[in-house]
Design a protein around this ligand. Structure first.
Ligand code: ZN
Length: 596
C-alpha cells in the first residue's frame, strides 16, 4: 500500500525497495535531499516542549546521561545483552529515518536518498559521518559501502567509562546504519566497525554489505533479535521488523491515535465495552465523543442492534421528552399520530446522549427514572414500556460543577458516572497529529478525487504546534479546507489552511549557522521590492499599476467564483470599495471583453 502524502501512518509503510541502483561517485552535492533540506525538517516547539524531525518527536539527551544509562545497562545485563539492546535501539532510529526520507522525497535520486542517512545521523548528533564510497543495485541484491565516523558520541562515552578495549563499541550507530540502509534497500545490510575510537583508532571505519556478501552474519543478526536467538541469513528478520511500533497490522482502526493519553482512553473504552455499564464521556467540543461512543457500541455485545444518538442541545426543552420517550396520538396539539422515542428506537442497542447538561431538570428526572426502572412511558401514554438500552452520556462541561450550582441532579450524576472516560484535547495528544493529518488527507483525497503533493514543511510545522481550540474537528476542517484551496498536485501551504484568519506565530527551526531562528511564514513568493518588480516586468503586456489592479480584481473574482464580498475580502477591501474598482475597470475594458 503506497500513499501519496508526505507522511503516511506507520501502518501504511512497506519496505519494498524503489531505488534500484546508485553509486556515490555519481552524486552531486545539490541532489535532493540536501543537508540543508534535511536540517529544515528539524524544528523546535519550546512552548509545548516538543522537538520534531519532520513528523517524528525527538528529544535532546545529554551525551553524558546517555553514557551513564548505557553503563548501567551494561552492568545489569552484561556486555552482549546490552550490545543487542543498543543495536536494536539504533536500528529503530535508522529505520524511522529511512521512512522519513522515502516518504518526503519519493522521487529523489537513489544515491542521494542513501546519502541522506549520513546527513541525518550527523544532524542528530551521534557522529559525523564521512562517506568514502557506496554502491548498490537492488535488482541483483548488491550493496557495498565504506564510511568514517568522526568523534562518535557512543565511543567517547564508552571510553570515558571503560577506557579503550579490544572490540568496537559504537553499537547504536552501527544499528542505525543497518536500520537506515536495510530500510531503504529492502533486504538486510549488515554494518561492521573494522576500526573504532573505542579500540584506540583516530576515528571509526565501518563497512556495510548484504548478509550474502558477508557470509558469516549469525552474530551480527543475533544483536537484532530480541530473543537473542541466532537466525540463519536466509531467515533474516525483515528490515522493518524491529520497529513495528505497535502498528495494528491490517486491523480496522477507526479511532486514530498512538499517544499515551489517547491509549489510556481507548483502553478504558475496550474494558467497559463488553459490560452493560452506563458510560459517561467527558471532553471538550470536537474531541470525538460521538466517535468514541460509536466505537464502544461496535465493541459491545449490542453491536448488531441500533446505535441512536441525540444531542440534547439541539432539541428545544418542550420537545425533548417526546423525542426521548415518544408520544401517543393526541397527547398534545399536533400529535396526530403515535411515534416511538429514541429510547424505544435504541431497543437492545445503545443510546448516546450528547451535551447531557442541556437537559431540563424535568427531563433529567424522567431520564433518571428510565435508567432506574428500565421502563419508559410515552408522552400522553398510560402504560410503561420495558426498554433494554445502554446509555452513554457525554458532556463538555464539568458535571460536578453543574451539580454544585444546582443545574444538574446529583442522583442522575451518580447514575451516569458509573464508568467515566475523559477524552484528552488535541493539544494534549500532539503526537497523534501526524497520524490524524494523514488519515484526513487520505480520506478527503478519496472524497474529492485528488492527489495532492502533501503539506509544505512550514504548514506541517504550524499544524504540529497549533492550539486547536476546536480539537480534532478543527484539524479535520483545516485539512479539508487546505485541500480544497490548493490546486491539484500542489502542496498544501499555510495560505490554504488559514485563508482569512490570522496566521499562527512562527515556530523555531535551525538557521544556516545551526542556531534557533523563526521560520518565514509568508507566502512562498519573494516579496522584496526588487523581486516584485522583476516579477511584474515579466507580465505579458508590460506592467502598469492600472493593469495590475485590473488583474488582481479578475483573479480575486475567479478565486471567489464571482462572489463580490469574498473577492473583496481577498484583497483586503470592503465590498463597496471593491465594487467601485470593478466598475472602473469594466468601463476601461477593451470592446472584446465587454461583449463576452
Ligand atoms: Zn566506533
Amino acid at each position: 500500500m503506497t500513499n501519496p502524502h508526505s507522511f503516511p501512518s506507520e501502518r501504511s509503510v512497506t519496505c519494498e525497495p524503489f531505488h534500484p541502483r546508485g553509486d556515490s561517485r555519481q552524486l552531486s552535492d545539490s541532489s535532493s535531499p540536501t543537508s540543508a533540506e534535511l536540517t529544515d525538517c528539524l524544528f523546535f516547539s519550546p512552548e509545548d516542549g516538543r522537538i520534531w524531525l519532520n513528523d517524528q518527536r525527538m528529544v535532546l539527551l545529554h551525551s553524558a546521561s546517555f553514557g551513564a544509562l548505557r553503563a548501567e545497562i551494561i552492568e545489569r545485563l552484561g556486555l552482549e545483552q546490552a550490545r543487542g539492546l543498543f543495536t536494536r535501539a539504533g536500528y529503530a532510529c535508522g529505520a524511522r529515518d529511512a521512512r522519513l526520507i522515502r516518504e518526503r522525497w519519493p522521487q529523489a535520486d537513489a544515491a542521494a536518498v542513501f546519502r541522506a542517512g549520513t546527513h541525518l545521523h550527523t544532524l542528530e548528533g551521534m557522529t559525523k559521518v564521512e562517506p568514502l564510497h557506496f554502491k548498490f543495485d537492488a535488482d541483483s541484491g548488491f550493496y557495498e559501502g565504506e564510511f568514517l565516523w568522526h568523534h562518535s558520541c557512543e565511543a567517547d562515552e564508552h571510553v570515558a567509562t571503560y577506557g579503550t578495549g579490544q572490540d568496537p563499541v559504537c553499537w547504536t550507530e552501527t544499528g542505525y546504519a543497518m536500520g537506515f540502509v536495510s530500510g531503504l534497500f529492502g533486504q538486510m545490510v549488515i554494518f561492521r566497525e573494522v576500526e573504532c575510537r573505542g579500540m584506540g583508532h583516530r576515528c571509526c571505519r565501518v563497512i556495510g554489505k548484504t548478509c550474502e556478501q558477508w557470509g558469516d552474519v549469525e552474530q551480527d543478526l543475533s544483536y537484532l533479535n530480541v530473543s537473542q536467538t541466532v537466525t540463519r541469513p536466509a531467515a533474516a528478520p525483515l528490515p522493518d521488523s524491529p520497529v513495528s511500533c505497535g502498528a495494528q497490522g491490517g486491523q480496522q482502526q477507526p479511532l486514530i491515535g498512538a499517544s499515551a493519553a489517547f491509549n489510556a482512553a481507548t483502553q478504558a473504552l475496550q474494558r467497559v465495552a463488553l459490560t452493560s455499564a452506563t458510560v459517561l464521556i467527558s471532553g471538550e467540543s470536537g474531541v470525538g465523543k460521538e466517535m468514541f461512543a460509536r466505537q464502544l457500541h461496535q465493541l459491545s455485545g449490542r453491536h448488531d442492534r441500533p446505535f441512536i444518538a441525540l444531542n440534547c442541545a439541539a432539541i428545544p426543552d418542550n420537545l425533548i421528552e417526546a423525542e426521548l420517550f415518544g408520544v401517543e396520538r393526541g397527547a398534545y396539539t399536533g400529535a396526530t399520530q403515535s411515534r416511538p422515542g429514541r429510547f424505544e428506537r435504541a431497543q437492545g442497542g445503545t443510546l448516546f446522549l450528547d451535551e447531557i447538561t442541556c437537559l431540563s431538570l424535568a427531563g433529567q428526572s424522567k431520564l433518571l427514572r428510565a435508567l432506574q426502572e428500565r421502563e419508559i412511558e410515552r408522552v400522553g401514554g398510560v402504560r410503561g414500556i420495558k426498554v433494554d438500552v445502554r446509555v452513554v452520556a457525554a458532556t463538555n462541561i464539568d458535571l460536578r460543577k453543574a451539580v454544585a450550582d444546582g443545574s444538574f441532579r446529583e442522583d442522575l450524576f451518580y447514575r451516569l458516572n458509573v464508568y467515566p472516560i475523559a477524552l484528552p484535547p488535541l493539544r494534549e495528544r500532539r503526537d497523534d497529529i501526524p497520524l490524524l493529518i494523514n488519515a484526513f488527507l487520505t480520506r478527503f483525497c478519496r472524497e474529492y478525487a485528488r492527489t495532492p503533493a502533501g503539506l509544505t514543511m512550514r504548514a506541517l510545522k504550524v499544524l504540529l504546534r497549533y492550539d486547536y481550540a476546536g480539537n480534532v474537528r478543527e484539524l479535520q476542517n483545516l485539512i479539508e479546507r487546505g485541500l480544497i484551496a490548493s490546486d491539484e498536485g500542489q502542496a498544501i501551504d499555510l495560505v490554504h489552511l488559514f485563508r482569512n484568519e490570522a496566521m499562527p506565530t512562527d515556530p523555531y527551526g535551525l538557521d544556516d549557522q545551526g542556531g534557533l531562528s523563526t521560520t518565514d511564514l509568508r507566502p512562498a513568493h519573494p516579496d522584496k521590492p526588487s523581486a516584485l518588480l522583476e516579477t511584474l516586468g515579466q507580465l505579458d503586456q508590460g506592467f502598469s499599476i492600472d493593469g495590475l489592479e485590473s488583474r488582481l480584481i479578475n483573479e480575486a473574482l475567479l478565486q471567489s467564483a464571482g462572489n463580490l464580498a469574498a473577492a473583496a475580502r481577498l484583497l483586503g477591501l470592503s465590498r463597496a470599495q471593491f465594487a467601485y474598482r470593478l466598475k472602473k475597470h469594466q468601463r476601461h475594458r477593451p470592446q472584446r471583453s465587454q461583449a463576452s
